[in-house]
Each structure stands twice: as C-alpha cells, then as structure tokens.
Design a protein around this ligand. Structure first.
Ligand SMILES: Cc1ncc(COP(=O)(O)O)c(C=O)c1O
Length: 419
C-alpha cells in the first residue's frame, strides 16, 4: 500500500490494484486475514506503538485460547443455553406471498438481549476472563452492543463501563437504563457528532490510558485482531443458516441480505457462504435522508479507502481525509467506516453493497410488523426494505435469507414519536 499523505486524523493511502485469482477468491475464507491482519489491502493495525503491543498480545491470546477445547465448549454451551441458539430460520410466509419469492428470516432478534451482538460479547468476555482481566469497556450506537456487553459482564462477574454518543443516548434512553440495571457505568459522549464514531473515539482514548482493561469492540472494525475475532464469533449465524436452509429447502439460498453498520451481522451471515459462488452476498447501508443531502452513512457507495480507528478500509471522508459526519435513522448504522473484510469482498466483487433511505426502512419496519407480526430493529429494516425490492425481480422459487439482526422494541418509542 502506497502512503500518500498524513492529515490531522488520518493517513491517506493510494489503493494498489491487487489481482486475485478466481481460486484465491473462492478460498479467501481460509486465506484472510494474513498474519498482520490484512484482508487484501484492508485492515491492519494503524495505531500508536503502545497500542500495537497490546493488540499483538491480544492476537496471540485469542489465537491460542480459540483452539482450547474447554473454551470452545463453554462458548457453545452459553450460545445454546444462555443466548438461546440456534436461532430460528423462519419462512416469512406472508411477505413471500406478497413479493413473489421465498423470503427467510435468520432470527437473531430472538437471541437473549434481542440482537446478534450477544454472540460476540459472550465470546470476547469469556476471552477477557481467560486472560485474567477484571474490567471491560465498550462503545455503543443503538445501545444493543452496550446492553449485550453489560449482560456478558454481569454473567461473568466483570466490571463494565460503556461509552455512548449523546444523540444516540437521547434516542435510546431505555437501553441506558438497561445497561445500568445490569451493573454497567454509562458515559454519555458529548464531543464531535455525538454518535457511534465519537463513542468509539472516547472508548479508544480511555483504553490508551487504561491498558489494564479489555476493550470489547462491537463490530468488525478497529485494529487487528478485532475484525477477525468479531467475525469468528459472529460466523455462528451463517453456519447455522447453511444447515437450516439445506434442511428446509434442500439447497443453498440465492441471496443473503444484511444491513451494514460496522458490518458484523453481515459478515457473520456471509462468512460460511463465501466459497459458494452461486450465493449472492448483499450488504445494505443507510442512505438516510438521501445520498445527495450529505445526511447518510453510505460508506461503500460514496466512501474511499482511508484510515479510521486503527484500520484501513472504505471511509466517508472529506478531501483532507477527515471522517465526514454521518447520519441514519438507525443509530447502529451511523458509522463512517466499514469492516475491512467487506471492503475486500467489494473490491473482488464477491459481495455487493446497496443502500436504502430512512423512509424506505421505516416503511419496511411498519410492513414487517403488520404483515408478519414481527417488529424489526430499524437497522434490520434496511435489509428488509432492500429485500422487498429485490424479491419483486425474482422467480417464485428463488430464496433470499435476510439477517434479522435485531428486534424493534428499542425503536418503538422513537418511531411513535415521529407520528
Ligand atoms: C440490531 C442491529 N443490527 C445491526 C447493527 C449494525 O451493526 P453491525 O453492522 O456491526 O452488524 C446494530 C448495531 O448496533 C444493531 O443494533
């Protein structure tokens, strides 16, 4: 990767044009990331020296503990009996009838705490405990990751502190109360745009000054090993979905669709299907109030490669490389970056990225609630909105699996306030 220039917040690089063979592309599941944490040219560790040492130690610990049979056993036991896995793969009969193809929901909303986030927090909290760390910290956008982290901390007897942007905190008051009930301290971040990016900034700053804590990152972002580690814990979604669809339909699906904030629920569903070329992988990002308004978080659509929060990936940035302010009706999606593995999958054309507006997501929120009797999270509603558009173009026998990343209980009060 060729270094171009340094700005106040970012290092800007020229994107090299790496060519990957077809065989490599289909085997990327086994090839990435490399030892330095690169997915093709994306990812890595763009952090100060002190933090690099901490990240390298974490990588070593993770790679060692991951192979430990008792760790695996405990993780699986908690996934089954605490989280409630495997989560159902539900054939959405009414929406399928309406839109004219087979639409399935991978029901991560049925997990304990109501979203996919708990898969990762249980994994990382178990790891923290194994390493012998007593306190965990985390950022949160919609509050789902904060609640899932506070839950894992309560379960494992760890101290917990959460950082949340002020704008998100106002939208998600109940989630703040939930985190506090679970014993966590919540810090409301009043700097910058006061959303998810600023919560990550604050958590990273705290971590730099308190290296004795464990930073439990909530998505496939940040320096290596987070994008790999979070993906590994979330890949349980795709592993289950693959078995379930084979059992229910006798074949693999035609499309997988998931919303993309940092990208953890999307890569969690996609990962096991990467070698299955016939399955199309589609990430859906928030176009907010419209791509031309500047009020969106459509990183893949309008971003360019750059460095944020210690990793290199597509990034919404100004001409000096500073991250742009982002917006989405769904607090969990308003992040200016995206996971490095997704950036790689986009460049090699193994995954596609689409966008839907707030209005389209809200319509899907209402429609799914009314027609299927399931209230989706606003984040999930983005994936649903795109799936409905896609379904209209497909044949009756074609199959879409939508990652139903979370339940909408957290959003009901906010949506009601819009009327
Ligand atoms: C329900 C739900 N879905 C999706 C997301 C987006 O995160 P990611 O892209 O990491 O899955 C969030 C983030 O808070 C969320 O709460």
């Amino acid at each position: 990767m060729k270094f171009r220039r340094q700005t106040k917040n970012c290092k800007i690089f020229e994107s090299p044009k790496i060519k990957f063979s077809e065989e490599y592309k289909m085997n990327i599941k086994n090839n990435i990331p490399n030892k330095k944490g690169f997915f093709g040219e994306y990812g890595g560790q763009f952090v100060p020296e002190g933090l690099k040492i901490a990240m390298n130690n974490l990588t070593k610990d993770y790679l060692k503990i991951k192979k430990d049979k008792t760790f695996k056993k405990e993780f699986v036991e908690l996934m089954n009996n605490y989280v409630g896995r495997p989560s159902a793969l539900y054939f959405a009969r009414n929406l399928s009838k309406k839109y004219g193809c087979k639409i399935y929901f991978k029901r991560e909303d049925l997990n304990h705490t109501g979203a996919h986030k708990i898969n990762n927090t249980i994994g990382q909290a178990l790891l923290a405990k194994r390493i012998g760390i007593k306190k965990i910290i985390a950022e949160t956008g919609a509050g789902q990751h904060g609640v899932a982290t506070a839950t894992a901390a309560a379960l494992m007897g760890l101290e917990c502190e959460i950082f949340m942007g002020e704008i998100d905190a106002k939208k998600q008051m109940m989630n703040i109360y939930r985190m506090q009930l679970l014993g966590a301290k919540v810090n409301v971040v009043k700097k910058g745009g006061r959303t998810l990016k600023d919560a990550v900034d604050a958590a990273l700053e705290y971590y730099m000054h308190h290296p004795e804590v464990f930073y439990l990152l909530g998505s496939v972002v940040g320096p290596h090993p987070y994008p790999m580690m979070v993906r590994d814990f979330q890949s349980i979604i795709g592993k289950e979905a693959k078995k379930q669809i084979k059992k229910q339909e006798g074949r693999l699906p035609d499309y997988l669709v998931a919303c993309v904030g940092g990208g953890s629920n999307a890569i969690g569903l996609f990962y096991d299907f990467i070698p299955n070329k016939q399955v199309k992988l589609i990430g859906v990002e928030p176009a907010g109030k419209g791509l031309k308004t500047g009020k969106h978080a459509a990183t893949m659509t309008l971003g360019k490669p750059g460095v944020l929060h210690g990793f290199y990936s597509y990034l919404l940035q100004d001409k000096d490389g500073n991250p742009l302010p982002v917006y989405s009706i769904a607090s969990g999606l308003d992040y200016p970056g995206v996971g490095p593995e997704q950036s790689f999958l986009k460049d090699i054309k193994r995954a596609e990225f689409k966008h839907v507006t707030d209005a389209e997501a809200l319509a899907a929120f209402h429609e799914t609630s009314r027609i299927e009797g399931i209230i989706p999270a606003l984040e999930t509603s983005h994936a649903l909105a795109y799936s409905f558009k896609l379904a209209k173009k497909l044949r009756k026998d074609q199959i879409i699996i939508v990652n139903f990343s979370g339940r909408g209980d957290k959003d009901v009060e906010f949506v009601a306030s819009l009327h």
